[in-house]
Ligand binder design. Structure first.
Ligand SMILES: [Zn+2]
Ligand SMILES: [Zn+2]
Length: 321
């Protein structure tokens, strides 16, 4: 499925099989998760994609050939971080997620909305056993970057998850397993999602703009809606933090300094490191995280993206070729 220009639907196309270069493996795509980032690319909110582009950065694939780390037949996961330079100040400091020259899967590099793809094996992970392909796919971005966001919440006991989609439904399970209380914020009146959050152990679920009665220690904002940032600041205690987990958000409206006062902080979370991936993929089966997925055939990618845009998904959308 190919994106030719922002604002256009992705369309089915026949393109030549990619050839694995040095350090790359050739993969048969078994499943590929649909991420909100894909939607930001399609909608032109992330403005520098390679074009034409094959989207998709939560790939579970079977190694067909190439590389040296994995045997043919191995099942591996391909995440958003597709390549880093290794010698910029960020790479040298261990912050490869911030690499100045990073290349991202399904953005700078063709991704997994396809039957066949290639990936740099140095950035891939073994997929935990026990997860069917389609249930493993959302671990690779929704889970992994969600987990990085939760780490930035420190030892917060009362954690708000605002925007309860693919990422939050995974983070909720991890947070509950760690003994935290989860407060799930959704769109006003979205009772179905609120019930879903409660079923995963959330102590409260309701309108994110209103928030719970209790003061929170931290809020992770997953929804791409800037108005949630001042709202969340109003819901955290002194010294609390608001963590923005998405790659793009609508403008944050201005707000009185009083909301930030009291050593509250706002930060963003960018991308992932390979260490995040190793840590989270070891943790997920131990929790155990169970992903809720809706599967779509590859040629239904546009419908999956549209459902995500409308908030009409429970858990994560996954394409299966
Ligand atoms: Zn770098
Ligand atoms: Zn993603």
């Amino acid at each position: 499925m190919v994106l030719e220009a922002a604002g256009k639907p992705v369309r089915l196309a026949e393109i030549p099989d990619p050839e694995p270069a040095r350090d790359q493996v050739l993969l048969r795509v078994l499943a590929c998760g649909v991420c909100r980032t894909d939607l930001h690319i399609v909608d032109g909110e992330l403005t520098q994609p390679k074009l034409p582009l094959v989207l998709g950065h939560q790939i579970v694939g079977k190694v067909l050939a190439g590389g040296t780390r994995y045997e043919p037949g191995a099942r591996i996961g391909v995440p958003w971080l597709g390549w880093t330079c290794g010698d910029c100040r960020y790479c040298l400091a261990g912050d490869e997620n911030l690499c100045d020259r990073a290349r991202f899967t399904g953005y700078d590099i063709d991704g997994g909305y396809a039957e066949i793809t290639v990936a740099d094996e140095r950035y891939c992970f073994p997929v935990p056993v026990g997860y069917p392909d389609e249930q493993a796919a959302p671990l690779l971005c929704a889970g992994l970057i969600g987990y990085r966001s939760l780490r930035f919440a420190g030892d917060a006991e009362r954690v708000g998850l605002y925007g309860f989609g693919a990422s939050a439904h995974i983070v909720c399970q991890v947070a509950v397993a760690q003994g935290r209380q989860v407060f799930a914020g959704t769109r006003r009146g979205d009772e179905e999602t609120q019930a879903f959050a409660r079923s995963l152990g959330a102590a409260w679920a309701g309108d994110a703009l209103v928030g719970p009665r209790e003061q929170l220690d931290a809020v992770i904002v997953f929804a791409p809606s800037g108005e949630l940032v001042p709202a969340a600041l109003g819901h955290v205690r002194k010294g609390g933090s608001v963590i923005c987990a998405g790659i793009h958000m609508s403008d944050i409206p201005s707000f009185p300094y009083e909301l930030l006062w009291g050593e509250r902080s706002i930060r963003s979370v960018a991308n992932l490191t390979r260490a995040d991936g190793e840590e989270f993929l070891a943790l997920a089966p131990a929790v155990p995280v169970r992903t809720e997925v809706e599967t779509f055939r590859l040629e239904e990618a546009d419908e999956a993206l549209d459902r995500l845009r409308r908030g009409a998904l429970r858990g994560a959308a996954v394409l299966v070729p």
